[in-house]
Design a protein around this ligand. Sequence first.
Ligand code: DNO
Length: 400
Amino acid sequence: MLEKTWRWFGPNDKISLDYLVQMGVEGVVTALHHLPIGVVWTKDEINKLKNQIEAKGLRWSVVESLPVSEDIKTKGKNYKQHIENYKISLKNLGECGVDTVCYNFMPVLDWTRTELNYTHKGGGKGLYFHFPTFVAFDVFILKRENAANDYPAEIVKEAEEIYKKMSQKEMDDLVYVIIVLTQGFVNGVIDGTVKDPKKVFLDYISTYKNIGREQLQQNLKDFIDEMVPVCEEYNVNLCIHPDDPPYPVLGMPRILGCADDIRWLRNANKSLRNGLTFCTGSLSGRRENDLPAIAAEFADAIHFVHLRNTQHLSDRSFYESGHLYGSLDMPKIVETLLREQKRRIAEGRKDIRMPFRPDHGIRLLTDLDNDIYNVGYPLIGRMRGLCEIDGLQHGIWHLL
Ligand code: DNO
């Protein structure tokens, strides 16, 4: 069965490793969160964290993330240095026995949501992406040049209505949610202390002025081609996280959002080290994506799994609907992954753990009492997801 993992944000996380043990977690998903993007992860630092995890009888299952700097994505001024540093970090991780490394190649922003307190039945609260509100942010609040041309006229109109009704505080909050709050703890480029986040953000966006889809693909391919030989030598599996949402935003390209994109990725470098984080929630942002089919087609290159469900709404809007229930066929997805695991076992492959983590969670019960958890990562809501998926996988495994 898929290894049960949990995203843990390091020693300052309010959810302790002891809690993880109580919940039946097997593997920890974490990173050296205290280090700035682009520096070398030394063996000392890696082992310090690894020893803490192992002292509790857990395994450091996946690195999420070893962040790829903007200079690597854009081939900026520190490109060469950052590529070298990334290689050394991979080598060090491999030598310390940490063999699965997640990263993403999204320009400037990592994941994007417009609201953090979408209210569910009975008062649980979760994350929401309201497309017209995002357009209002882009066109009317950020005022990115020519942004309106990127959207259908009726959506821009709806966005304008939303904007006109917003107070200054609501606008500031939206900026903070999109640029800072959902980013900081996952290695965002803009920290909460900058005076004018909108201005800094627009400056970052402008670095992509001359980088279209093909150029970004080329930069990703160059990055992968540099890393794969190191991964082969030190036994590390790289797994790119899909774009969330999985289409271009804010005038910048996004290149990992659908089956065609993943086909491109796998063809760009055929080594299995060039693998995928199969994130159901991210890929579900394009409703035409057939998640079980994507899982089946790329099964052999899936090194890490994020499971959560989504409820599609009109246009491109959606809310996060927990783990089992929603628009996605979670049993079918889990069945596909378990079949792949059986296949790997039969083939004698070594990478049979196939770690999954319950991705995000609705804030439930005591999660609502305070704001001590990172956005999207509450205790009870995620534990519910862990249990639901684990029950599901036990049932399916029994029947396979
Ligand atoms: C959000 C996460 C992402 C993810 C990175 C991986 O909740 O899924 O921030 O960790 O994109 O590099």
